[in-house]
Design a binder for this molecule. Structure first.
Ligand SMILES: [Zn+2]
Length: 238
C-alpha cells in the first residue's frame, strides 16, 4: 500500500462447472462499470486497488462467449466477499448463492470491515445458502463441504480469514479452483504469501497444503488472477 508502483494488469477469472446436478458458477467477477463504489471507511481500496472492467466485459458477456447465458446458471458459490469476485451477483438474479457461513458472518462484523470485507456485497438472506465445512477430508485439506457429487468446498484461509476454494474430482486430474488462495502459481514453489493476505500464518499453511496436494497427485490449480492456471486447464482438456 505504501509503494507507488502497480502490478501489471491482472485478469479476473470466474469458473463454470458443467455438472449433471446443475451448472455452478464459482465467483461472479465485478460489475462492468466506470463508477466504482468502494467502501470509503477503508484506506486500502483508494490506495491499493484499481479495477478496470469495460462495459463489454464482465460475467454477462463472458458467459455469452462460451455459448451460455446467465439464465443457464443454477447456483453460485462465492470464494470470498471481495468486489472483484462477488460484485456480479446482482447481474444473476434468482439463483441461490452458496457461501461459507463464517465468511458471511465475518463480513458483517467490525473486525471483518477492518480487514477490508465488503458487508454490502453479501447476498440477500433469501438467496444466501450458508455452508459449513463439516465433511470429509479432500486432498491435503482435513474438512470439506460437498456442494454436489465430486464438487467440494475446502478451507483455504489467508487472503481473507474464511477464504474458500473448490475441488472438482472426477475423470482426469483433480481441479482446484484456488481463487485468491494463491494469486500467482509461482507462490506454490516459493511458499511466499502475497501482500494482500490478511492472515500470514494461515496463508502459508494454505499454500503448503496446495503445493503438497499437487505433489501427491495430479492437481490443476486455478488462481483467479494468473492466466497460467487457465492455460494448464486448456492443455489438460486438449
Ligand atoms: Zn480477494
Amino acid at each position: 500500500m505504501l509503494s507507488r508502483s502497480w502490478t501489471s494488469v491482472l485478469p479476473i477469472y470466474v469458473w463454470v462447472i458443467d455438472h449433471p446436478a446443475g451448472t455452478i458458477l464459482v465467483d461472479t467477477g465485478p460489475k462492468p462499470t466506470a463508477e466504482w463504489r468502494y467502501p470509503t471507511y477503508h484506506f486500502y481500496y483508494p490506495l491499493a486497488y484499481r479495477t478496470r472492467v469495460g462495459a463489454t466485459e464482465g460475467i454477462v458477456t463472458g458467459i455469452d462467449e462460451i455459448g451460455m447465458t446467465v439464465d443457464d446458471i443454477d447456483m453460485i458459490f462465492l470464494t470470498h466477499i471481495h468486489p472483484d469476485h462477488a460484485e456480479g451477483i446482482d447481474l444473476i438474479p434468482n439463483v441461490p448463492i452458496y457461501i461459507d457461513e463464517n465468511a458471511f458472518n465475518y463480513a458483517g462484523s467490525l473486525r471483518g470491515r477492518f480487514w477490508g470485507e465488503h458487508p454490502s456485497l453479501r447476498p440477500d438472506p433469501e438467496r444466501a445458502e450458508p455452508v459449513s465445512l463439516t465433511g470429509d477430508p479432500v486432498g491435503t485439506f482435513d474438512r470439506s463441504y460437498e456442494l454436489v457429487d465430486g464438487v467440494s468446498i475446502i478451507p483455504t484461509p489467508g487472503h481473507t480469514a474464511h477464504h474458500r476454494s473448490v475441488a472438482v474430482e472426477g475423470d482426469g486430474p483433480t481441479v482446484c479452483i484456488a481463487a485468491d488462495a494463491c494469486m500467482q502459481l509461482t507462490q506454490l514453489d516459493t511458499g511466499s504469501v502475497d501482500g494482500v493476505s490478511t492472515r500470514l500464518a494461515a496463508g502459508r499453511d494454505t499454500l503448503d497444503r496446495i503445493a503438497r496436494w499437487r505433489r501427491e497427485e495430479e492437481v490443476i490449480v486455478l488462481p483467479s488472477h494468473d492466466s497460467r492456471g487457465y492455460d494448464k486447464l486448456m492443455q489438460a482438456r486438449s
